[in-house]
Design a protein around this ligand. Structure first.
Ligand code: GLY
Ligand code: MN
Ligand code: MN
Length: 458
């Protein structure tokens, strides 16, 4: 059958999720999966990625489908494939077979959805074609990327409450994804010495992911220009003296993500300046993870990283002043201009399709401060949350050129120039909050500079 099976643990979790949602809302929810958009003709499509909210309750990526969740029951709406589709896509399981796979209570063709829509809440899908269908059927405006309102807001809050911590089905998948991403990073390190361009390192990494029948959970970042936070070009030559920053994660066939960054020297040996900065970033990474436990504010974890980075850069003579004062003035953010991380789950920035509803505790909003405004998560940590910890150091010309005229006392620009072989360093791990502290799901991939060098040299 041309459809993956769902393992027993995930099926049990799916049933529990459907029931838990019923305990939180007293109206039905209808969630669309989305469609696979054609590149230029109907049978040549972009890779399909189902809506994560759909995946959370349905379990598998089914294009052009919808589910209705009501009182703990799930009804699947999907059309049987047309006879001609077998020519291009092979035999497709019937609606009833799919319903059985996902443990649905009933299944109907898509047209039947129209009569079941009254009084239902929904979440806006991301693709324009499905969104148009969704808006027309509901006869009201739901907008992707904007906070919902009315019952849609109530539904979003209920789904966030469920998805913000992970059940056993999710954790089993997240761990599989982490394990494959770890292997991908090791392969990237091993491939570096013989690589001529970034693309070769990327290929080595993604080949591990593809070889496990997974996909990347976002566009891989594999670059000698680590100062470009989401650099998605792979054409630069890889040269002795460069650092490679690789931010690469895997996604399981049921949609669960990992998100890892490592930075390593192309030559197999960090220069002394690279190692100095690397160790500052690593100290921030370690200090943040050591603080993780239920009840701790994630914003305090971010501030921990800011403090360690400010202190480390001051010790190296790059910054001048007391770490607390440097952080208060956002000087650290000139070199660490992003938040310490984000929620991770079915999406790499989990649930950010709902704006800050998931990331920010009720009543909180983004800070106006340069050093805090990019924080994507501002909640107290809870057991079962999976977050990334990803401090970094970057020399972004646009930021530093602007700062140069402003900060004569707080930054020793001459000293900074000695670190010109450090464009960007980030170290990112996926950390599960547990009852007692934290479990680093990606912890089997070394972070210490000597160990990274060994992996590059092996
Ligand atoms: N991979 C994107 C991020 O780390 O946020
Ligand atoms: Mn991340
Ligand atoms: Mn990342």
């Amino acid at each position: 059958m041309m459809m993956q099976n769902i393992d027993r643990v995930l099926i049990e979790s799916l049933k529990q999720r459907r029931q838990k949602l019923a305990n939180l809302i007293d109206f039905p929810a209808i969630l669309w999966s989305g469609t696979n958009s054609p590149r230029n003709f109907a049978n040549n499509v972009y890779p399909f990625r189902a809506s994560s909210h759909f995946l959370y309750f349905a379990g598998i990526p089914l294009p052009n489908a919808a589910i209705r969740l009501d009182d703990g029951k799930i009804t699947l709406y999907i059309n049987d494939a047309s006879p001609s589709s077998a020519l291009w896509h092979g035999e497709t399981p019937s609606r009833d077979e799919i319903a059985e796979t996902i443990a649905a209570d009933a299944a109907y063709p898509m047209d039947e959805l129209r009569s079941q829509i009254d009084g239902a809440g929904t979440i806006a899908v991301q693709d324009a074609a499905t969104w148009t269908q969704q808006t027309q059927l509901l006869d009201r405006m739901v907008l992707p990327q904007l906070p919902p309102s009315g019952i849609d807001l109530e539904l979003a809050r209920a789904i966030i409450l469920l998805r913000v911590t992970h059940d056993s089905g999710a954790l089993a998948e997240l761990k599989k994804s982490a394990a494959v991403a770890i292997e991908a990073h090791k392969a990237g390190m091993r491939a570096t010495k013989s690589a001529i361009r970034e693309a070769k390192v990327r290929a080595a990494m993604e080949s591990v992911i593809i070889g496990h029948n997974m996909t990347t959970s976002y566009n891989s970042i594999v670059t000698v220009h680590g100062e470009v936070l989401h650099n998605e070009h792979y054409h630069h030559p890889v040269q002795m003296g460069d650092l490679i920053l690789a931010d690469v994660g895997a996604e399981t066939p049921t949609g669960w993500a990992s998100d890892i960054t490592r930075t390593w020297p192309v030559s197999g040996k960090f220069s002394s300046t690279q190692r100095d900065i690397y160790d500052v970033v690593l100290a921030a990474h370690d200090a943040c993870i050591a603080k993780i436990q239920p009840g701790v504010e994630y914003s305090d974890i971010h501030l921990t990283a800011c403090g360690v980075i400010a202190e480390g850069l001051a010790n190296l003579g790059i910054l001048q002043g007391k770490p607390e004062e440097l952080v208060e003035k956002d000087i650290h953010a000139l070199f660490f201009p992003h938040g310490i991380g984000h929620l991770l789950g079915l999406d790499v920035h989990d649930m950010e399709d709902l704006g800050d509803l998931a990331g920010y505790e009720d009543g909180r909003s983004r800070s106006e401060r340069f050093g805090l405004g990019y924080l994507r998560l501002n909640r107290p940590l809870r057991t079962g949350m999976l977050v990334t910890i990803e401090p970094g150091f970057y020399q972004v010309p646009a930021i530093l050129n602007h700062a140069r005229s402003q900060y004569h006392y707080l930054i020793n620009w001459e000293r900074l120039e000695q670190f010109s072989d450090v464009r960007g360093i980030r170290i990112e791990d996926d950390v599960l909050v547990t009852d007692n502290g934290a479990e680093i799901l990606t912890g089997a991939l070394p972070t210490v500079a000597n160990d990274i060098e060994k992996l590059v040299n092996c």
